[in-house]
Design a protein around this ligand. Structure first.
Ligand SMILES: *Cc1c(COP(=O)(O)O)cnc(C)c1O
Length: 354
């Protein structure tokens, strides 16, 4: 039996996607060749890249609105510096909501002044700061829509008159938003889209070309756009699997349809965390993420029993990140509601036994 996979990333992908991906590794498009042993310039792969790029824009509702989708390498961590390389002339504003925001700020400081408009570091990032102001004279404002490690998410985004940049690595394609409010969105594939090895960047073309510095080709979004995301060899396998996942999502009914399922999963688990006296949530209630639910036992002496019980129930990947401790249930798009029910049943069982 398959495990109930709550891993934070790399993480669960749809079973049918895995099946198609493994078939393509052996024999892609009936070419009698593997997907990973053909030229990325071949007609068959160029089609994959084109499909993946257009599906990403289509699902986000951004087709024909001046955006380009790119599948780059180096993870979201490379975007921390690429964003600043391409957009930061003098100063930028950042909202600090956790480890990943912190890292993006550190990279941006190499390129100019960074104004940290607000931070929730004072409470180990268990909430999202509100009521901050973004200065009008910055080159862009950067935020992280979902804080994978701490289990918080931004339910709304500030109205700004500067380009809005967002790291959506752990919640892209999971909930509806007006994506046209954003000028640049990036997301490492391995949380909700595909295997590690590629990063989706969606950028509004008219914000580019405004910095004074020279940009090395591999770091330059304009170079990647001009080469249709094939300036150099892309991560062919990761892009292909991402394409399959995006097709899977489109067939399901897109973001609106998956958001309903994600809401159900979140409600099911958070209701139990709130009800069961043996558990307490880590993140502030109003900021809780439906992708990553963080929680603790109220009595640490139950840790051994609980850990044994969830492992015996076939659950994988429930340990919290080392900077938070406790537990983290990651409920990405491909995780079925049934898996959350299994976890909730184990939590109830612990209460009965304790
Ligand atoms: C995982 C993650 C990252 C880092 O992604 P890499 O692809 O490993 O560089 C950045 N931001 C967020 C929000 C993440 O969840």
């Amino acid at each position: 039996m398959r495990k109930h996979n709550f891993s934070a990333g790399p993480c669960i992908l749809p079973q049918e996607v895995m099946k198609k991906a493994s078939d393509a590794v052996l024999n892609f498009n009936d070419l009698n060749l593997s997907l990973i042993e053909i030229s990325h310039r071949s007609k068959d792969f160029v089609e994959v890249m084109e499909n993946a790029r257009s599906l990403a824009l289509e699902l986000l509702g951004l087709q024909g609105k001046g955006y380009q989708a790119l599948f780059l390498q180096g993870g979201a961590s490379t975007e921390f510096l690429m964003v600043a390389y391409n957009l930061l002339n003098k100063k930028a504003a950042y909202l600090n909501t956790g480890t990943w925001s912190d890292k993006s700020i550190k990279e941006a400081r190499l390129f100019g002044e960074v104004i940290e408009v607000a931070s929730s570091k004072d409470a180990n990032f268990n909430y999202i700061p509100k009521n901050y102001t973004v200065p009008g004279d910055v080159d862009y404002f950067h935020c992280t829509s979902n804080n994978t490690i701490f289990g918080t998410s931004l339910k709304s985004f500030p109205e700004v008159n500067v380009p809005l940049v967002c790291d959506m690595s752990s919640d892209i394609f999971s909930r509806e938003m007006d994506f046209s409010k954003f000028d640049l969105i990036y997301a490492g594939a391995q949380k909700n889209m595909g295997p590690a090895g590629t990063t989706l960047v969606v950028v509004k073309e008219d914000i580019l070309g405004k910095v004074e510095r020279k940009i090395p080709s591999m770091m330059d979004y304009k170079v990647h756009i001009s080469k249709d995301s094939m300036f150099n060899t892309p991560s062919v396998f990761a892009v292909y699997v991402s394409m399959l996942t995006l097709e899977w999502l489109k067939d399901l009914g897109g973001i609106a349809a998956i958001e309903k399922v994600n809401d159900k999963k979140g409600d099911l688990l958070y209701t139990e965390i709130d009800r069961n006296p043996l558990f307490k949530g880590f993140a502030a209630t109003e900021d809780r993420s439906n992708m990553n639910a963080t929680f603790n036992l109220t009595d640490d002496s139950l840790k051994e029993s609980f850990d044994t019980m969830w492992k015996e129930a076939g659950i994988n990947g429930l340990n919290g990140h080392r900077s938070v401790g406790g537990y983290r249930a990651s409920m990405y798009n491909a995780l079925p509601l049934e898996s959350v029910q299994v976890l909730v049943d184990v939590m109830k069982e612990l209460e009965r036994k304790a």
